[in-house]
Design a binder for this molecule. Structure first.
Ligand SMILES: [Zn+2]
Ligand SMILES: [Zn+2]
Length: 155
């Protein structure tokens, strides 16, 4: 993948561009569960030279020796995993996460006991729920780079 892909946190304080990305993966380890507040991490990596922080920078928490997890200090979005070999970026933080279908599972033995049945659960929806979601005004940064964020509001 030689193309340049952009992404960032939910509030827009931290934005990045990355290229030369490797194999997208999910990881079931306990540290990834905790760092993402989820059931597994979803990530794709490259070397540090191919990541540019175009607005702000992630705050870092050292989770083990010389390994740091990066997140937005304003909104908390998990953004990155920094290690000696490079930087791994959260797939969900990219502007177009559909570009990165995970190809492998890491720490498969650590997965939650019901994870393999996760998507067998019934999908629940209704016209009322759809209407509620449709009426939500999002304050989230849009899925593309912006010259200025938040936008200046005219009085
Ligand atoms: Zn943020
Ligand atoms: Zn992990």
């Amino acid at each position: 993948m030689s193309a340049v892909f952009s992404g960032g946190c939910q509030c827009g304080a931290v934005r990045f561009q990355a290229s030369d990305l490797g194999r997208p993966s999910i990881c079931h380890c306990r540290m990834c569960q905790k760092a993402f507040g989820g059931f597994f991490s979803v990530a794709v990596g490259t070397d540090a030279a191919h990541v540019t922080w175009t607005r702000g920078e992630p705050s870092l928490f050292e989770t083990s020796e010389n390994v740091f997890r990066g997140f937005c200090h304003k909104c908390g979005t998990p953004l990155s995993y920094h290690h000696d070999g490079g930087i791994v970026l959260s797939i969900g933080a990219f502007d177009n996460p559909k570009n990165f279908e995970p190809q492998v599972q890491l720490n498969h033995g650590k997965r939650l006991p019901w994870i393999d049945q996760l998507f067998e659960k019934p999908a629940v929806t209704s016209p009322e729920m759809e209407a509620v979601f449709a009426a939500v005004e999002s304050y989230q940064h849009p899925d593309h780079d912006t010259a200025e964020w938040p936008p200046e509001t005219s009085v």
